[in-house]
Design a protein around this ligand. Structure first.
Ligand code: F6R
Length: 605
């Protein structure tokens, strides 16, 4: 979950590292550190601390403009608490190292190699000690020998005091991308950190050694054979990872959604029909299956739940949505006739990645819905549909979620047509409605100050409920996750009808309720459930499709959502719920983009 950067080149190393760490901070932000080696010297200066990159910048006394090489790290603590000594880089002998992942056998290694005198409680320092133990002047041999002893996941980036301006790296599972550009050579745990310099990059293959110098990049496998890097071009704009004048990335990313949905649909609609030809996804994937299984975590899983409702109502097919972390331990029913759809913004979530590998071993075909190009899940899957949301930096996912939904609408439409459930006309009409989504979202965004007013009513709440039925319930599961992660208010999404089977006991005048009412066939039932909580003293905020029920404003705080076909109301409703959570968090003065205890990319199980 940590962020890693390595740079060797003509720019001021310290500034390149610190700037990159700021962009990578969303991967982990409890500690940070850099190590810098000036050209022509053997001294590697380490500066690290518990705290944010801002704190690191303030204490970084590696002074003056210097050229040479350096490595940096932002940490999300696993082994060892949050402290200066546990922050990376770790330095032992001639070796200075940063690590992302988990070394599972670190205790055994300490014993076996008598690695006494370690300064931290981390598994990472053990990797540094081991590389140093094996180092006899040949970096590659030392790294390979060490790696052969490691169990677990790792991206290791190493500086050697006596190896000039070279940086070495190897990895297993934990991602590393790298590039050579005009300003030098660099590597990072994800593309976000490289975007400022170039959009050409390659993914470092597992169990290879990458050596970077200012002018050269050498990739070799563990047998010493040279390997040509497979460069890709990201279609993210350079600098697209900036805040564009917004106070927080989360607001910027919420505002970007109409555009992101457009980008997701680009090249996937042909003569009004969904078309995955450019993605290389054949129709047989949708016709040669009896059931669907969606695997994902968190927000991505919530997108899967919306898809499940659509698949059931439109395709009448069997579909399961599995939490990736539970998947392998729950005896899933998976075979060659199961279409597995893995959903992930980062494409690196370890539980989802492992679940994909497991499903493939069971013979299933796997389609991935991913935002980050070339990520591990994308590479592991048989087919990929990229969501084209651009970099999502805020830890709380927003545009990734709605673009995942957009892909699911396209999948459902294509599948319905290829399986003979929708006629061409019905498919086109469904797609036309999808094309109206950006406009509907824009209308919500333009009235965001109204949601800000509503949000102020929730600032004092300790607990709140979100209630709705059918697709509204699916939407609220995500709305509620957004609320808890950025505002720290305990929020639960409940199917309205289920409330009186227990949880209504918790409703008091101090428990606000947020209701979503967007499904025509459910309106009267949903309004009755709202009355029930109102009668028990709850203040109720209602997000309702504008064409449904009048005269609610006297009793409730109401936000009217632009009307779409019921299946698509998830989209404007989700934007409204994201804004609600955002305003509560920012009004409470929280660091919206970096909620406590979280990290953007979850690469530990
Ligand atoms: C919440 C959030 C997380 C992620 C989850 C999966 O706002 O972002 O719940 O959705 O950690 O991450 P990805 O999509 O990268 O697999």
């Amino acid at each position: 979950m940590c962020g890693i950067i390595g740079y060797t080149g003509s720019e001021n190393v310290r500034e390149v590292l610190l700037d990159a760490l700021e962009l990578l901070e969303y991967r982990g932000y409890d500690s940070s550190g850099i190590a810098v080696k000036e050209r022509g010297t053997e001294e590697i200066k380490v500066c690290k601390c518990a705290g944010r990159v801002g704190d690191l910048r303030a204490i970084c006394e590696l002074q003056r403009a210097l050229t040479g090489c350096g490595i940096g790290h932002t940490r999300w603590a696993t082994h060892g608490g949050v402290s200066d000594k546990n922050a990376h880089p770790h330095q032992i002998g001639k070796v200075t190292l940063v690590h992302n992942g988990i070394i599972e056998n670190y205790r055994e290694l300490i014993e076996e190699y008598h690695l006494d005198g370690l300064k931290s409680e981390t598994d990472s320092e053990v990797a540094a000690a081991l590389v140093d133990r094996f180092y006899e002047g040949d970096p590659e041999t030392a790294i390979k020998k060490a790696v052969r002893k490691l169990k677990g996941t790792f991206a290791l980036v190493v500086l050697f005091a006596d190896q000039g301006d070279a940086i070495y790296c190897t990895r297993n599972v934990s991602p590393i991308v790298a590039t050579l550009c005009d300003e030098g050579a660099m590597l990072a745990s994800d593309l976000t950190a490289l975007c400022r310099f170039t959009n050409r990059y390659f993914v470092v293959p597992e169990y290879h050694i990458l050596k970077l110098t200012e002018t050269e990049l050498t990739l070799t496998d563990f047998d010493g054979n040279r390997v040509e890097p497979e460069y890709q071009t990201a279609d993210w704009e350079l600098n697209s990872a900036g805040k564009n004048g917004y106070p927080f990335y989360m607001e910027k990313e919420i505002m970007e959604q109409p555009r992101a949905i457009e980008d997701t649909m680009t090249n996937r609609i042909n003569s009004g029909m969904p078309d995955f030809t450019a993605d290389g996804v054949p129709d047989t994937l949708f016709t040669d299956c009896d059931r669907i299984c969606i695997i994902a975590c968190g927000t991505a899983m919530h997108a899967g739940l919306v898809a499940q409702a659509l698949v059931k109502s439109i395709l009448h097919m069997h579909i399961d949505v599995e939490m990736a972390s539970e998947f392998m331990y729950s005896d899933p029913v998976i075979d060659e006739r199961t279409l597995v759809i893995a959903v992930s913004q980062s494409g690196e979530t370890i539980d989802t990645l492992e679940a994909v590998k497991y499903a493939k071993r069971r013979g299933a075909k796997c389609l991935a819905v991913i935002n980050v190009k070339g990520s591990s899940i994308a590479r592991e899957s048989d087919y990929v549909l990229y969501t084209n949301a651009g970099p999502e930096i805020a830890v709380a996912s927003t545009k990734a979620y709605t673009t995942q939904l957009a892909v699911f609408y396209l999948i459902v439409a294509r599948m319905a047509h290829s399986r003979g459930v929708f006629s061409a006309e019905e498919t086109q009409s469904f797609v036309r409605e999808l094309q109206r989504v950006p406009q509907a979202m824009q209308k919500v965004l333009e009235r965001r100050h109204e949601i800000h007013v509503v949000a102020r009513k929730l600032l004092e709440a300790k607990d709140l409920f979100m209630i709705g039925r059918g697709l509204d319930h699916s939407t609220l599961l995500e709305g509620s996750l957004k609320m808890k992660e950025v505002s720290y208010i305990h929020s639960e999404a409940y199917a309205s009808g289920e409330l009186k089977h227990g949880p209504i006991a918790l409703i008091t005048q101090d428990t606000p309720v947020v209701a979503s009412v967007t499904q025509e066939k459910l309106v009267s039932k949903e309004l009755s459930n709202i009355k029930e909580v109102k009668s028990r003293g709850a203040d109720v905020v209602i997000f309702i499709k504008e064409t449904l029920a009048g005269n609610l404003e006297e009793e409730y705080s109401v936000f009217r959502l632009p009307a779409m076909r019921d299946e698509f109301m998830v989209m404007p409703a989700s934007v409204a719920l994201q804004l609600l959570a955002y305003y509560v968090s920012s009004d409470k003065g929280f660091d919206v983009d970096k909620p406590r205890n979280l990290a953007k990319v979850v690469t530990v199980e």
